[in-house]
Design a protein around this ligand. Sequence first.
Ligand SMILES: Cc1cc2nc3c(=O)[nH]c(=O)nc-3n(C[C@H](O)[C@H](O)[C@H](O)COP(=O)(O)OP(=O)(O)OC[C@H]3O[C@@H](n4cnc5c(N)ncnc54)[C@H](O)[C@@H]3O)c2cc1C
Length: 381
Amino acid sequence: MPLTFYPPLKTDEAQCREKAQQLYRRWVLPTALADDRTQLFRPDVFKTFAKEGLTALAVPKAYGGSGMSYRCHYGVIEELAKGPNAFSVTIAVTNLVMGGLLAFGNDNQKQLYLPKLTSGEWLGAFSLSEPQSGSDASGLMLKAKKVEGGYSLTGTKCWCSNGTDADLFLVMGRTGIHKTQGISSFLVTKNTPGLRIGKKESKLGLKASSLTELIFEDCFIPEAQRLGKEGEGFTVALSQLDTGRIGIGACGTGLATAAIERMQKELNGNFGQSCPFKDTIAHKFGEYYARLQAVKSLITIASELKDQDQDIKVLASHIKLLGSDLAMEVSHDLVHFLGERGYQEEEEVERFFRDAKALQIVEGTNQIQRLVIAKEMEKMV
Ligand SMILES: Cc1cc2nc3c(=O)[nH]c(=O)nc-3n(C[C@H](O)[C@H](O)[C@H](O)COP(=O)(O)OP(=O)(O)OC[C@H]3O[C@@H](n4cnc5c(N)ncnc54)[C@H](O)[C@@H]3O)c2cc1C
């Protein structure tokens, strides 16, 4: 799409995007539709992307990452989200674990786990939600009882993306009664005795990414695997959600770009020639395109702030809200305007719609993003 207004991509940023597109066309696209139907995640494809340095772009080279900018990282997420979003979400979630390790891990933890994650040998998962605590994450109840040498975890987590495929879980549990300061975070490897991966959920979108329960039954976690200080777990979780929300916004702009391009192709082709309301569609999609540029610009700003290690909390909420709402609205209209064709699996248009809905919910629903922004606005006057 040549019509762009946000700051031009630097050479390395353009190269990362191009490489991601090439690999995507070669390794993801040929089986994307079938994998979506059969809910199949392909670890070998993830490893291929990792070997090319595309899954840990903003992680320092010292830990096997690519040592590049956040604009490269979010750019690749956006490129990949032009196809089924399960793959870009898998990369984004693994980055939540790597980000947590980088920000709160000690040297041993970083040396032990980061190279495995950056190489693609291991996949990461982030487990905060519980049946009774989604939006109000501080209501979590997974018990992390202090025992000799570590903690014993008991309880059930839910909706854990990458659940069946992950090797390392970043898990938030309760070590005290204080709502937020009574939460600690733990690095849990998949074969730890006492951890069971529960049922795999069947869901509307993001089908090639697994979503599971995690069941902890007197699961011993050595003290050395607590991430950050005791009581710092909620801060760990929120800090990674901030980074992750920009990623979800970038999934939204990737998906919206693909949907807008698809509509434009339709308008330029046979559909446009015979469509009696072509102008109505063109006007609507013109506005979507303008909104797309605005969200992309915010992602560019946020990436630069992340590279400077500045606070992006509220900006991340703007991006998550605007990017995922845009994806939802565009894909809704694409399905609707194409009528029966839009509703057919073969056309791949309904998949945009299903994936977009997930983007509005994951990593804090869009109502929660509005609350974050509204709270900040209280300080304005
Ligand atoms: C595809 C998918 C992948 C996910 N992956 C993960 C993962 O990897 N790790 C993880 O920990 N979790 C994950 N989740 C869980 C996700 O973070 C939660 O679903 C989300 O936080 C919402 O929580 P909930 O589902 O319990 O909804 P609830 O909190 O019960 O909310 C229900 C509705 O009420 C609204 N609502 C709630 N509180 C307020 C409020 N104060 N004001 C206004 N409206 C409100 C919500 O917006 C929502 O519409 C995933 C979810 C999905 C759908």
